[in-house]
Design a protein around this ligand. Structure first.
Ligand SMILES: *[C@@H]1O[C@H](CO)[C@@H](O)[C@H](O)[C@H]1NC(C)=O
Ligand SMILES: *[C@@H]1O[C@H](CO)[C@@H](O)[C@H](O)[C@H]1NC(C)=O
Ligand SMILES: *[C@@H]1O[C@H](CO)[C@@H](O)[C@H](O)[C@H]1NC(C)=O
Length: 479
C-alpha cells in the first residue's frame, strides 16, 4: 500500500515537473520570428509550441531528401536569440554550409541536369533582395579578400551551371538566413553598434566560389548595402578550418579507419550493390566506374530541382534506385556514430575551430568589443564533424545552407555570469551537447555556462584519447 502510494506520488510529481518544464520553455524559449511569403520578417502573433512528437522516427528517404534540399520555404521557425530579458547578447558565431549547388561529379555518358546558374529575380525561388544583391556584388571590387578569394566571382553566372556552382536556390537560401539573423540579432538584440566597422566582424571562407558567394549572400541580407571597405574576408585553405594547427597524424588515422568502416558497411549491403549494378546497366558503364562517379550527388540535384532522373536507351534511373542509395546513406550515418572512429576524427579535426571560437568568446566576456559577429562559410565536411565533436548525435546531416550558431550571453542580474547557446538550423541543441547534457534545465539559469564549453574544448575533449591537450592527442599512437 505504502509502495503504491509512493508510486502515485512520484507519478504526480513527474507530471508537475513536466508541466513546469513546458511552461518554462513557453516563457523563454518559444520561436516568435517567421519569414512571410514576401520574404519580410515579422513577429509572429501566435506562439507555437515545439512538438517533439511530430518528428517521424522511422526512415523516410524522400522526407530526408527534401530536408536536405532545403527548398526555400515561406515560413521558418527559429529559436535564435531567445532569452529571458535579464540576459544580454554579447556575440554570435555562425558556421554555415554553402547553399544549393550543382553536382560535383557527372554520371558518365548521362545528360547533365539542365540548370541555369544565372540569377534572375523573376524566376522562382526568388527573394526581395535578390536584384539589389546582384548590383551590390557587381560593385564589390573594394572588398579586402585574401589571396585566391579576390579572384573568384561574387555571384554565380552561367547559363548551364558549372560543376559545384552555387545556384539561384543557394543564393536565396542564404539571403533568407541573413535576413533571419538580421531580424533577431541586429534589430532585436542590437548586436552591432550602428557605426560598426571591420573590427566588429570576422569573416572566413574556403576558396570555393560557392562558399564565398554563400557568405556574401548571407552578409548582404544581414547588413544590407554594407560598405565594401568594411568587409575583410579571410581565406581558409582547410575544409575543417584548422588554420595553423593542421598537423595531427592521429586525426588522419581515425579518418582512414572511418573510410574502412564505410567501405565494409557498403559491401555488406547486398541491396545497395544490386542497385549499383542495375544503374550501371542502365548507364552502360562498369559498376565500379558508376560508383566512383558518386551518382547520389547528381540524383539529389535532379530531385531538389524537380528534374526527372536521366534515361538512356537501356532504361531510366528511377525513384527506387534513389531511395535505396538514400536509405543506405541514412543507415550509414547511424553506424558511423555507433562505431566512433568518426567521432574521434571529429574531436581532433574540429579542435582548432572550437578553440578559436572559445578564445573569441572569452575575450568578449572580458569586455573586448571586437569580432562580435563571426561568419565561417564552409562545407558539409566542416559542419558534420563539429556536430559530432560536440556530441549532437541526433542532428541530421548538414543540408544545403545549414547553419550552426553559437551565442554568447551575459546574465545582467547579480551573478554577471556568461552563458552559451548552440542552435542548429534554428533548433536549440545546447542541451544535446556532451558537455551540457547534465546541466539542469530547470535551474534558474536556462543556458549552458561558458565555463563548461571552455573546459570541454581545452581539456575534456581529449579525455577519450587519455590526453589533456591537442598536441599530445594528435601525436600519441594508439592501437
Ligand atoms: C515537378 O514537375 C512535375 C512535372 O515535371 C510537375 O507536375 C510538378 O508540379 C512539379 N513540382 C513542383 C513542386 O514544382
Ligand atoms: C587554443 O587557444 C589558445 C588561446 O588562444 C592558444 O594559446 C592555443 O595555442 C590554441 N591551441 C590550438 C591547438 O590551437
Ligand atoms: C586509456 O587508458 C585506459 C586505462 O589505462 C585504457 O584501457 C584505454 O585503452 C586507453 N585509451 C586510449 C585511447 O589510449
Amino acid at each position: 500500500m505504502f509502495f503504491r502510494n509512493r508510486f502515485l506520488f512520484l507519478l504526480v510529481l513527474a507530471a508537475l515537473l513536466a508541466i513546469l518544464s513546458l511552461s518554462l520553455q513557453f516563457l523563454h524559449l518559444i520561436p516568435v520570428t517567421s519569414i512571410k511569403e514576401d520574404g519580410s520578417s515579422s513577429k509572429n502573433q501566435k506562439r507555437i509550441m515545439p512538438d517533439p512528437l511530430t518528428e517521424p522516427p522511422a526512415i523516410d528517404p524522400i522526407n530526408e531528401a527534401q530536408e536536405y534540399c532545403n527548398t526555400p520555404r515561406t515560413k521558418e521557425r527559429s529559436m535564435e536569440g531567445h532569452a529571458p530579458h535579464n540576459f544580454k547578447l554579447l556575440s554570435v558565431n555562425v558556421l554555415i554550409r554553402h547553399g544549393d549547388r550543382y553536382p560535383l561529379y557527372a554520371i558518365p555518358k548521362m545528360k547533365r541536369p539542365d540548370i541555369d546558374c544565372n540569377l534572375l529575380p523573376d524566376r522562382k525561388p526568388s527573394h526581395p533582395h535578390l536584384e539589389a544583391f546582384i548590383s551590390h556584388m557587381f560593385k564589390g571590387s573594394e572588398a579586402q579578400m585574401d589571396g585566391t578569394l579576390s579572384s573568384l566571382p561574387r555571384y554565380p553566372s552561367h547559363s548551364l551551371c558549372e560543376m559545384g556552382e552555387l545556384t539561384q536556390t543557394g543564393v536565396v537560401q542564404h539571403l533568407q538566413n541573413g535576413q533571419l539573423l538580421r531580424e533577431i540579432y541586429l534589430k532585436k538584440h542590437n548586436l552591432l553598434p550602428d557605426e560598426w566597422t571591420a573590427k566588429h566582424l570576422y569573416i572566413e571562407s574556403t576558396s570555393k566560389s560557392r562558399t564565398l558567394q554563400s557568405g556574401l549572400a548571407l552578409l548582404y541580407s544581414f547588413l544590407p548595402n554594407f560598405d565594401w571597405k568594411k568587409i575583410i574576408i579571410k581565406h581558409q585553405w582547410s575544409s575543417v578550418f584548422c588554420s595553423a594547427s593542421c598537423d595531427c597524424p592521429m586525426r588522419n588515422h581515425y579518418l582512414e579507419e572511418e573510410h574502412r568502416r564505410q567501405y565494409s558497411f557498403r559491401v555488406k549491403n547486398s541491396y545497395l550493390e544490386k542497385t549499383y549494378v542495375d544503374m550501371a546497366r542502365v548507364v552502360g558503364i562498369p559498376t565500379r566506374q558508376l560508383r566512383a562517379s558518386n551518382p547520389i550527388d547528381s540524383l539529389l540535384c535532379h530531385f531538389c530541382h524537380n528534374v526527372s532522373f536521366p534515361c538512356t536507351k537501356n532504361g531510366c534511373i528511377n525513384m527506387e534506385h534513389f531511395k535505396i542509395i538514400k536509405i543506405h546513406q541514412i543507415v550509414d550515418e547511424k553506424e558511423k556514430q555507433a562505431k566512433q572512429f568518426y567521432f574521434k576524427y571529429a574531436l581532433m579535426a574540429t579542435h582548432p575551430f572550437l578553440n578559436q571560437t572559445v578564445t573569441r568568446m572569452q575575450r568578449i566576456a572580458e569586455g573586448r568589443k571586437e569580432e562580435l559577429f563571426a561568419l565561417y562559410s564552409a562545407h558539409d565536411v566542416t559542419l558534420s564533424p563539429v556536430l559530432s565533436a560536440l556530441g549532437i548525435t541526433e542532428a541530421r546531416f548538414p543540408r544545403f545552407a545549414a547553419r550552426l550558431v553559437f551565442e554568447l550571453w551575459q546574465d545582467l542580474s547579480k551573478s554577471k555570469e556568461h552563458f552559451i547557446r548552440i542552435l542548429y538550423n534554428g533548433e536549440d541543441v545546447t542541451f544535446q551537447t556532451s558537455f551540457c547534457h547534465e546541466h539542469d534545465r530547470l535551474s534558474s539559469r536556462p543556458f549552458c555556462p561558458l565555463a563548461k564549453f571552455v573546459h570541454f574544448v581545452r581539456r575534456e575533449m581529449f579525455a577519450i584519447f587519455n590526453s589533456t591537450n591537442y598536441y599530445d592527442a594528435c601525436h600519441r599512437r594508439v592501437f
